[in-house]
Design a protein around this ligand. Structure first.
Ligand code: PMP
Length: 458
């Protein structure tokens, strides 16, 4: 274990951080006053230790990505071996490397349906931008160049680049800069139920259908959605929804893009989130769990029809990233997938879902503001409401999720408040897939204490 840093070293880090480092998804003014909330130093399994020497349970796998947990020596060794062999090799201009090749074959072999080839990126936003470009490119190649628009679902999170950021249905992620991809539209999905009402919207796809009708299928390239919305508040697709959207897309010659950046690679107790509803997308974006966060890698899988169409293109495909197919990232991904299979971690996520749900039942019986518990594998969350029976939210001034998350933090459990939406109090739980029963129960017990403390504030 690394030694904790001295108080003066920590103070120095904080001052330098405040002076030189602009942090993503952080309140800048608050950061300037308070500095970093925690400075991580090392981790082992589901736990991370900060520079002061305090150890926390990483209850959200950092950014839903550290699926194998921290300090995995096999992944470190895979990276070391590859880095020692060749620093980097380009994938541009027909160059290739063995790890990228082997990983492509591996990912396609576990992907659902006829997803047949992968285009590598360095992360989720790049994957979604690439998915949009490939969808539009595909329709160009099919002689239907007007099909450009992408429909995304309100409250979704798809990334922070201009196009992926526009697709992100959470206002904070694009309103601050005011720049948008004008070919991206939003439709209400299952979370903010479509105003069309239940009659025309039995599976919550009504607003997507309405948008397709209004804009014209001849102008629409694709619909993008997350099988379980993550950052927007762990919103699970209701049964029937994904299939209804799939059918709608097929009927209108619109491609379906599944954003599996969080769900992919075992998080939901299946290799991919869409498999929970037996739906096969035309395009699938992946990142995060493909390397368990040990290296930056993403990718876009395309179905056989798109792959077979694109490979006939006889000019340069002017798209790609320096780190597309990075040999070290691909080596780590290969080892990561090998371990997930060898250690049955997809099954473990499914089994731990049951333990979590049992814990949620206990919390539900004990705490009257505990509402809407949900878990698909180890992608889980709950709401806090003034009255769950009548679906009544707390008034704005009561920041219940923030309180509970902060209380857990004090008790050395890191969770996440999904409170981008005003008035919503959602707590997300997504621990590493290696977690065991006792560790899940430890999380539930810390949440239990936090809920008790919250109730005392009312
Ligand atoms: N899609 C989803 C569903 C995500 O959760 C995220 C990241 N949280 C992204 C895309 C963007 O990925 P990245 O931050 O790697 O660009």
């Amino acid at each position: 274990m690394a030694n904790p840093q001295t108080l003066s070293q920590i103070q120095e880090l904080i001052e330098i951080d405040k002076k030189y480092y602009l942090h993503p998804t952080t309140v800048p003014k608050q950061f300037l006053e308070k500095g970093p909330k925690i400075i991580f130093q090392e981790g082992k399994g589901i736990r991370v230790t900060d520079v002061k020497g305090d150890t926390y349970i990483d209850g959200v796998s950092m950014l839903w990505n550290v699926n194998l947990g921290h300090g995995n020596q096999e992944l470190a060794q895979a990276a070391y071996n590859q880095m020692s062999t060749i620093a980097y090799s380009s994938s541009f201009y027909s160059y290739s490397n063995p790890n990228a090749v082997r990983l492509a074959e591996k990912v396609v072999s576990i992907a659902p349906g006829d997803l047949s080839a992968i285009f590598y990126t360095s992360g989720g936003s790049e994957s979604n931008d690439t998915a949009f470009k490939l969808a539009r490119f595909y329709w160009n190649l099919k002689g239907r160049p007007t099909k450009k628009k992408i429909i995304s679902i309100t409250r979704s999170y798809h990334g922070a680049t201009v196009s992926a950021g526009t697709a992100t249905g959470i206002d904070a992620f694009h309103s601050f800069a005011g720049s948008k991809d004008s070919d991206i539209l939003h439709a209400r999905g299952h979370v903010t139920n479509c105003e069309l009402g239940d009659k025309t919207d039995p599976n919550y796809e009504g607003c997507i259908r309405d948008t397709i009708e209004k804009v014209g299928a001849e102008n629409i390239a694709a619909v993008i959605l997350e099988p379980v919305q993550g950052a927007g508040g762990v919103h699970v697709s209701p049964d029937g929804y994904l299939k209804a959207v799939r059918d709608l897309c097929t009927a209108n010659d619109v491609l379906l893009i599944a954003d599996e950046v969080i769900c992919g690679f075992g998080r939901t107790g299946k290799w991919f989130g869409v498999e929970n509803w037996d739906v096969v997308p035309d395009i699938m974006s992946v990142a995060k769990g493909i390397t368990s966060g040990y290296a930056q890698l993403g990718g876009v899988l395309v179905n056989k029809e798109i792959r077979d169409t694109v490979v006939e293109y006889d000019q340069i495909l002017g798209h790609g990233f320096t780190y597309s197919g990075h040999p070290t990232a691909c080596a780590v991904a290969l080892k990561n997938l090998e371990i997930i299979e060898r250690d049955h971690l997809v099954e473990n996520a499914k089994n731990m879902e049951q333990v979590l749900k049992k814990g949620f039942d206990y919390l539900s019986d004990k705490h009257k503001h505990f509402a809407k518990p949900r878990a698909v594998g180890l992608l889980a969350g709950f709401d806090l409401q003034a009255d769950p029976d009548t679906d009544t939210a707390f008034e704005q001034s009561i920041r219940a999720a923030a309180f509970v998350v902060e209380h857990c933090f004090t008790n050395k459990l890191i969770l996440r408040a999904a409170d981008f939406e005003e008035g919503k109090n959602i707590v997300a739980i997504a621990p590493p897939l290696i977690i065991n029963k006792e560790e899940v129960e430890e999380i539930i017990s810390i949440v239990d204490d936090a809920l008790t403390a919250f109730e005392k504030t009312l």
